[in-house]
Ligand binder design. Structure first.
Ligand code: 2NL
Length: 360
C-alpha cells in the first residue's frame, strides 16, 4: 500500500509541474497509457489472491480516478493560460490609423474608362454590347469577311498563328473584333445593332504599336440601312465622346475587303497650341474606318443582301484614349506601372454617363 501512496504522490506532482499541454500529455501516457505505471499495476490484479484483490482493486481504481481528475483540472488551467498568453501577444492596437481604402488608391485604367464611355454613348442609341474569344479560326477572322485565300490583305494583318492542328486548321489571335460581328450575324435575327469592344493582336511593336491593342467595332444590319444612317451615328458618337456641340467630319474613300464602299473618317482638329484639340481649327485627324457591309459578308452569314443592308465601322480604343486624355506613349498603357495609372487613371466612382458627362 505504501508503494501506491508513493506512486500517487509522484504522479500528482508530475501533473502539477507539467507546464504545457504537451508535457501534461506525456505525464498522462506515463501513468495511464498502455504501458503506463498505473496500467501495469492494474494488469497485476488478475494474478492476486481474492483477499489481496479486494483491497488492491478499489485502491487502484480510486487512484486511477484521482489521477484522471487531476489531469483534467490541470489541462483546464494550462488551456486558460495558453489563451491568456495568445491574447496578450496578439493584441490589436485599435488606435492605429486606418489603411487607406482601395476606393482611394485604386484607379480605373484609361482603356476601361473609354470602353465604359463608348458603352454609355452607343447604349443610348440602342446598341447592345457583344464579346467573343481572343483565339479565332481563319474562317471567322478572314474568310467570312471576304478576304480571298492568298490575298495580300491577309498578310497585311501580321497575324499571330498557332501551330496547325492535325487536320491542317490554323487557329490565330484575332487581328480585329470583326469575327464577333460574324458570330452575331449568324446567331441573331436582324435588325442588329451591336458594338464590340475588345483585345486584338498583330505582330507589330514600336512607339505607336503594341502587339496587343484594343478595338471597338460597330455593326448595324437592317432592311434599308444606308450611308446617311452611318454618318449620323458616327457624328453623334464623336460629339458625345469628345464632348463638343459641333464637329466637322470628313469621309475619304478607302478600301477594306469587308465593306463597299469603304471610307476613312477624319475629325476637325486644332494642332496650333502644342496639343491636339478636337472639334475646332482647320486641321484633320483620322480616327476610324467604316463602310457599307459587303454583300459577300452578308451572304456568308446566311442573309440575303437583296433584303438586308448594313454598315460597320472600326476604331482603335487606345488611340482615341490617348487623343482624348493627352497621353503621349502607347507602350506605357501596358507597362503596369502604378505611377502611370495614378497619374492618368480614373477614380473608381467617377462613372461616365451622358447625364454626368463622359469624363467627369
Ligand atoms: C479600322 C477599320 C473597320 C469594319 C471595321 C466590319 C465588320 C464586319 C463587316 C463589315 Cl463583320 N465591316 N468592320 C468595317 C470598316 C472598317 O475598321 O480602321 N479599324 C481600326
Amino acid at each position: 500500500m505504501s508503494d501506491l501512496t508513493t506512486l500517487e504522490t509522484e504522479i500528482l506532482a508530475a501533473i502539477e509541474s507539467a507546464d504545457t499541454e504537451a508535457a501534461l500529455e506525456d505525464v498522462r501516457v506515463a501513468a495511464l497509457g498502455k504501458k503506463g505505471s498505473l496500467s501495469e499495476l492494474m494488469k497485476t490484479l488478475g494474478g492476486m489472491s481474492p483477499e489481496e484483490r479486494k483491497t488492491m482493486g478499489p485502491a487502484l481504481n480510486g487512484l486511477k480516478a484521482k489521477v484522471t481528475d487531476a489531469l483534467a483540472a490541470r489541462k483546464e488551467v494550462l488551456a486558460e493560460a495558453a489563451l491568456e498568453a495568445r491574447l496578450a501577444s496578439e493584441s490589436v492596437d485599435v488606435t492605429l490609423p486606418l489603411r487607406s481604402s482601395p476606393l482611394e488608391t485604386g484607379r480605373i485604367h484609361p482603356v476601361s474608362q473609354v470602353i465604359d464611355e463608348l458603352t454609355a454613348i452607343f447604349a443610348d442609341m440602342g446598341f447592345s454590347i457583344a464579346e467573343g474569344p481572343d483565339i479565332e479560326t481563319d474562317e471567322l477572322n478572314f474568310t467570312a469577311l471576304n478576304f480571298p485565300e492568298g490575298h495580300p490583305a491577309r498578310e497585311m494583318h501580321d497575324t499571330f498563328f498557332f501551330n496547325p492542328k492535325e487536320n491542317g486548321e490554323r487557329l490565330l489571335l484575332r487581328t480585329h473584333t470583326s469575327p464577333v460581328q460574324i458570330r452575331t450575324m449568324r446567331n441573331q435575327e436582324p435588325p442588329i445593332r451591336v458594338i464590340i469592344p475588345g483585345r486584338t493582336y498583330r505582330c507589330d511593336s514600336d512607339q505607336t504599336h503594341t502587339p496587343m491593342f484594343h478595338q471597338v467595332e460597330g455593326l448595324v444590319i437592317d432592311k434599308g440601312a444606308h450611308f446617311g444612317n452611318l454618318k449620323w451615328v458616327l457624328e453623334e458618337f464623336c460629339k458625345a465622346f469628345f464632348e463638343v456641340d459641333n464637329i466637322k467630319m470628313r469621309f475619304r474613300p478607302s478600301f477594306f475587303p469587308f465593306t463597299e464602299p469603304s471610307m476613312e473618317v477624319d475629325v476637325q482638329c486644332d494642332r496650333s497650341g502644342g496639343e491636339v484639340k478636337i472639334g475646332e481649327g482647320n486641321d484633320w485627324l483620322e480616327i476610324l474606318g467604316c463602310g457599307m457591309v459587303h454583300p459577300n459578308v452578308i451572304r456568308n452569314c446566311g442573309l440575303d443582301p437583296d433584303v438586308y443592308q448594313g454598315f460597320a465601322w472600326g476604331m482603335g480604343i487606345d488611340r482615341i484614349a490617348m487623343l482624348k486624355y493627352g497621353m503621349a506613349d502607347l507602350r506605357a498603357f501596358f507597362d503596369a506601372d502604378v505611377r502611370w495609372i495614378q497619374h492618368y487613371g480614373f477614380r473608381p466612382l467617377d462613372l461616365p454617363t451622358l447625364f454626368g458627362g463622359m469624363s467627369s
